[in-house]
Design a protein around this ligand. Structure first.
Ligand code: PEP
Ligand code: MG
Length: 883
């Protein structure tokens, strides 16, 4: 097995793309070397050695020693110096670096190959005693910490004492004597801590460091970092042994970090920091304030500080040239480590720069415009899941508000409302037309109705996978969890934070994107798509084949759908208008009526209301295909709950409260989501369907007469299990459509189709497609029924499942491709084979999830439909799927 890959002098055995074998650092050093960039020569020990070492009790593969000796001999020849030779010493660095980026988590040893003899040789060779001793004390410190496991604090403490004795403030003020004294003291510390003298044999040092770097793969911070970032534990680190170049060789030497563009704003301008006469770890360690590459406002206060541009203009120009070259070569913004040794510039590392979401968008757009990457590459560059923070309302920064408390940002968006502490209160007050924010210690499935009624949710306990967090994200409500400084009074009528008290009914504002809770009503701003995001999404639109529609419940949703670039509406959930405070009593009357005759008066009152709703909606959405779903939810949801509601209902119906209670009991279901809902209502009460269909067609006709243009109506029948159910409802729709056409003289183009949201419907799709014009997969109900698991209750076990890797992803967020996806695929195939014209989309919440969008593209659906805010995510994901 080949363990070692050399690089240097314009050649390399490795290349970019070999990250798994050489780590990102090793692969990119090889690549840079091969294209002739100034990289100090060296060799990389492949990641496999790390696995071997940990699997063999800390021993190396038998043939590694010889391979290292050969590579080292080549390195000596390249550099014209010899490792461990006091007459002409070669020093090396031993550096960590795996395939996954784990910044600062693993260890590195610099200046390796020194002992009391070699340090004198280095001083003679360079004519610089101070420099040689500076390297030596740095080396012993690092080696002691990384390889010998000595607490770094001991070195720092001793170093500070010596600094003070010599009147030095910064490391760069240290004299040769002070450095030499430090080296001596550090050797004593090693002896005292390990009981052994410091290893003087450079070969022993080298093997010690290789082992130390490999062991740092399993140090605690690296292990934690990997578990937080889902990086597998078995991929291992590579080890790069590289000739040292010295940023600490006097005034003409420099160490620094450069980004080829600003990783925070995205601006195309060099960005980074440097330190003269120092080594790399000095910049990172924060002991010194590094200087900027170019003068900027942020550094303006440093005063005497000089930007690299002015300090070393030639080096600066060279660096900018190299940055440019690297960007062109890699086609991405780079984060570079560099060293200048006596005026000569070397690159020690390059990797794709970590960036903010905004900067990432700007990079992608600018780099395509500059001709560095294709339009497709620009679109692929953006991770649609990262766009969340840009797509929801936020607290207006101009308001300059300061949060009174903070918690975990569990679900994005901002909302203001009155504080309530009880889910029933939340319902009552929201039915009275108030915006409420539900505040709970924690939430449980018993709170769902209150959470739904609230515009935002706060909990004092619980993390990002708590019930509140999971459910709020599912409902699209902003949510803050684990706001531990919030103390809720036992009477559930107020909370305190420090000496501030917020009482039931007081207004507050929450920012679920940032985690802040504010007093009063802080203005919020609707998300505005930035120019860069708009540009990128427009490129995505040119690339994608999948249409992207929006699900809407309200007028606000409808205008957001236009703003965020929907191709149509995949689902209008009509029940929202039914539950509006002004109508709930009418709907309650409808629900509690015993027969058609008793239902008629409420339907007559609802017709104009529905027609007005639809008219407003269709005006906004004219030109679009708009899929309107017939009444779907179990009517349990409108039944009276509180005594006051019973009183009201009894008055409205002219019945004693007791009689109302009897009727409610007769209607109330045990498992409403599997009960009397969906098309089952349409079949039991055709007159409700007639009213709704009439309202739709009259509204569409009115908009046609007003604008000469209207919507393409798609009437969606929910929760069917087979063809006969669907046909029953279709007959009603066709009949009413014809009646309205007769009355208005206006022909409205329409389709009638069905939600496929129960397993039986998916299996019988072939038959259903014979009379249906479209399918829309209701993957929320389909997931619920395929898994036999309700999302409202799933939190009790799903978090445990995920923690134990029993499931990988929440099936209510990302479509379960193996199970639910299989049914979607089957239904698509069977439907299409019976009806070539069948239009097929998905309108469950999964429609806004990037992975699900990719799947929908792969099985040839016509569209996905998602919440308006998620349209940019879906548009980009759809384009990425077709690249
Ligand atoms: C679905 O079940 O996926 C669906 C679209 O309907 P709802 O989520 O409203 O039940
Ligand atoms: Mg459904």
């Amino acid at each position: 097995e080949k363990w070692i890959y050399t690089f240097g002098e314009g050649a390399a055995e490795g290349s970019a793309g070999m990250e798994d074998l050489l780590g990102t650092k090793g692969a990119n050093l090889a690549e840079m070397s091969a294209i002739g960039l100034p990289v100090p020569p060296g060799f990389t020990i492949a990641t496999g050695v790390c696995g071997y070492y940990h699997g063999h009790d800390g021993s190396f593969p038998p043939d590694l020693e010889e391979a290292v000796a050969t590579a080292l001999a080549k390195l000596e020849a390249d550099r014209g110096a010899r490792f461990g030779d006091p007459a002409n010493p070669l020093l090396v660095s031993v550096r960590s670096g795996g395939a996954a980026s784990m910044p600062g988590m693993m260890d590195t040893v610099l200046n390796l190959g020194l002992n009391d003899d070699v340090v004198q040789g280095l001083a003679r060779k360079t004519g610089d005693q101070r420099f040689a001793c500076d390297c030596y004390r740095r080396f012993i410190h690092m080696y002691g910490e990384v390889v010998l496991d000595i607490d770094g604090f001991l070195f720092e403490e001793a170093g500070d004492e010596i600094k003070e004795d010599h009147g030095a403030v910064f490391d760069r003020d240290l004299s040769a004597e002070a450095c030499a004294e430090m080296a001596k003291r550090f050797r004593e510390i090693v002896k005292a801590e390990t009981g052994e003298p410091f290893p003087d044999d450079p070969q022993a040092q080298l093997w010690g460091a290789i082992g130390g770097v490999i062991r740092s793969w399993n140090n605690q911070r690296a292990v934690i970092y990997r578990s937080l970032h889902n990086i597998p534990d078995d991929i291992g680190t590579a080890v790069t042994v590289q000739a040292m170049v010295f940023g600490n060789r006097g005034a003409g030497s420099i160490t620094g970090v450069a980004f080829t563009r600003n990783p925070s704003t995205g601006e195309k301008a060099p960005y980074g920091e440097y330190l003269p006469n120092a080594q790399g770890e000095d910049v990172v360690a924060g002991l010194h304030t590094p200087l900027p590459l170019v003068e900027s406002a942020a550094h303006g206060e440093i005063g005497e500080a000089t930007a690299l541009e002015a300090h070393a203009p030639e080096v600066f120009d060279k660096l900018i040239g190299l940055c440019d070259r690297l960007e062109r070569h890699y086609g991405d913004v780079q984060d570079i480590e560099f060293t200048v040794e006596e005026g000569r510039l070397f690159l020690l590392q390059t990797r794709p720069a970590k960036r903010t979401v905004e900067a990432g968008l700007k990079f992608a757009v600018d780099m395509h415009r500059e001709g560095l990457i294709s339009r497709e590459q620009a679109v692929v560059r953006v991770n649609p899941d990262d766009l969340d923070s840009l797509l929801y309302p936020s607290v207006d920064p101009a308001a300059n508000a300061h949060p009174v408390a903070r918690g975990l940002p569990a679900s994005p968006g901002a909302a203001s409302g009155v504080a309530v502490f009880d889910p029933d209160d939340a319902i009552r007050r929201s039915r009275e037309g108030e915006d409420v924010i539900l505040i709970r210690k924690e939430t449980s499935p018993n709170d769902i109705h209150g959470m739904h009624a609230a515009v935002g949710i706060v909990t004092a306990r619980g993390g990002l996978t708590s019930h509140a967090a999971v459910v709020a994200r599912g409902m699209g409500r902003p949510c803050i969890c684990g706001a531990s400084s919030v103390r809720i009074a036992p009477e559930l009528d107020s909370f305190t934070v420090g000496d501030v008290t917020v009482k039931d009914g007081d207004e507050i504002t929450l920012d679920g994107t940032g985690g802040g809770i504010f007093l009063g009503r802080v203005p919020t701003v609707e998300p505005e798509l930035s120019e860069d995001l708009k540009t990128l999404v427009s490129w995505a639109d040119e690339i994608r084949h999948l249409a992207v529609r929006a699900n809407v419940e309200t007028m606000d949703d409808a205008s957001a759908a236009r703003r965020f670039g929907a191709d149509g509406i995949g689902l209008v959930a009509t029940e929202h208008t039914f539950f509006a405070p002004a109508r709930i009593m009418t709907v309650r009357e409808l629900t509690l009526a015993r027969n058609e005759r008793e239902r008629r008066p409420s339907l007559d009152r609802l017709l104009p209301l529905q027609r007005a709703d639809f008219t407003r909606l269709f005006r906004e959405l004219r030109g679009f295909p708009v899929a309107v779903r017939l009444l779907d939810p179990p009517l349990d949801e409108v039944l009276p709950e509180t005594d006051a509601e019973y009183e009201e209902t009894s008055e409205a119906l002219g019945l004693p409260v007791e009689a109302v209670r009897k009727r409610v009991a007769a209607v109330r279901q045990i498992v409403p989501v599997l009960g009397h809902r969906g098309c089952r209502l349409a079949i039991s009460y055709p007159e409700i369907t007639e009213m709704q269909v009439r309202a739709m067609f009259e509204a569409a006709s009115a908009v046609m007469q007003e604008f000469g243009e209207t919507v393409t109506l798609e009437i969606t029948v929910p929760l069917v299990v087979g063809k006969r159910e669907f046909d029953f409802v279709r007959v009603i729709v066709d009949r009413v459509a014809a009646e309205v056409e007769q009355e208005t003289g206006c022909t409205i183009a329409y389709r009638v189709g069905t939600l496929i949201e129960l397993p039986r419907a998916a299996l019988r799709a072939g038959e259903i497609a014979k009379t249906a014009d479209f399918f829309s997969f209701g993957t929320d109900d389909l997931t619920r029924t395929v898994f036999g698991m309700s999302r409202d209750d799933a939190d009790a076990f799903l978090t445990t499942y995920m923690n134990n890797s029993v499931v990988d992803l929440d099936p209510f967020v990302t479509l379960d491709i193996e199970g639910v996806g299989e049914l979607v695929r089957i239904a698509t195939e069977r439907g299409r084979s019976e009806n070539k014209e069948l239009l097929i989309g998905i309108c469950g919440e999964h429609g806004g999830d990037a992975k699900t969008v990719r799947f929908c593209h792969s099985i040839g659906l016509d569209y996905v439909s998602c919440a308006p805010n998620r349209l940019p995510v879906a548009r980009i994901a759809a384009a990425q799927a077709s690249i």
